[in-house]
Design a protein around this ligand. Sequence first.
Ligand SMILES: Cc1cc2nc3c(=O)[nH]c(=O)nc-3n(C[C@H](O)[C@H](O)[C@H](O)COP(=O)(O)OP(=O)(O)OC[C@H]3O[C@@H](n4cnc5c(N)ncnc54)[C@H](O)[C@@H]3O)c2cc1C
Length: 320
Amino acid sequence: MADTTPIAESKPRTPSSNTALGAAKGVRSESPLVDVMAGEIRREIRVHEHGFVALVDAMPRLVPEGQTADSAIVQAARVSYGQGTKKVNEDRGLIRYLLRHRHTTPFEMIEFKFHIAMPIFVARQWIRHRTANVNEYSARYSILPDRFYVPTADSVRKQSASNRQGGEETFSPDDANEVRTAEDFLALLKDVEALYPRYLELTERGVSRELARTALPVNMYTEWYWKCDLHNLLRFLSLRMDSHAQQEIRDFAQAMHDLIEPIVPITMEAWRDYDTGAMPLTRLEIEAIRDIGSGGKGELAGDNKRENREWQDKRTRLGL
Ligand SMILES: Cc1cc2nc3c(=O)[nH]c(=O)nc-3n(C[C@H](O)[C@H](O)[C@H](O)COP(=O)(O)OP(=O)(O)OC[C@H]3O[C@@H](n4cnc5c(N)ncnc54)[C@H](O)[C@@H]3O)c2cc1C
């Protein structure tokens, strides 16, 4: 049976008719608020010839004068204890404690939004970091501009002998054979670049952009907006500024680091002290150190070659 209630009799529900809600109340900051990006809508660092990392927004954007965006971490952390923000030096101690003990959620209260242009091969590594929000340039919708990543002649790297994933040393300028190999590689990149006018021409003749792009190389540039909270951004930086990461993505990670450093200086100092500048020790390594302490050679139990190499590196760092 149809509902016969006349429309005029049904009362619209508005927030003011809901007795569970009080009126909105604002709380003003005791100190004037300042913009952590100093009024800029974009702060950019160029990376290589065609790339860039631009910081386009941050949360919190406004903080009480005399504080940094680090204060958002403290604000969230102190909710656990029902206390507000204290003095800056106490805040610093709390941030360092939280980072040291991996209390991570307060660091998720800070967010950064970047606009980045990077080669597609860098983007492929970057996109593996799943906790960011990403919106990428569409090469189905638009023509890819003719920007290609080409290393400089003196920065073409040789395949590493010890690490199958890496390229380490550059070709020697004093060895004619090596110079020729580096030049041949750069010539190959030029050949690949020369395919671009054919891509353009075929799209003009009606080939769909989504298919035409499949003929383009991975050293072409793409762009995206990338938003991430500070906890996950620190993880990204730890992995991608590390010496095991490919040099090109390290250059981008370094630019991101340099952009956020002045906005969250207390966190970044703690991150250097407890993460990138720190060193985890395995149980076997601790036993080896104890062995050195009691006059032994400090050799690692077991015969795993890679683990032994890592232990030798740590020994060198520790001066043991
Ligand atoms: C030097 C180097 C070499 C690499 N080599 C290779 C390679 O050869 N092949 C390859 O495939 N990859 C490779 N990677 C990529 C690597 O395996 C990771 O995919 C990448 O570093 C992202 O790390 P992540 O998953 O911790 O980051 P994020 O995706 O940002 O995730 C951060 C954290 O969130 C949590 N998380 C995120 N998503 C999930 C989920 N769905 N379920 C549960 N927890 C989740 C996890 O704790 C994770 O550690 C390499 C990375 C580096 C740095």
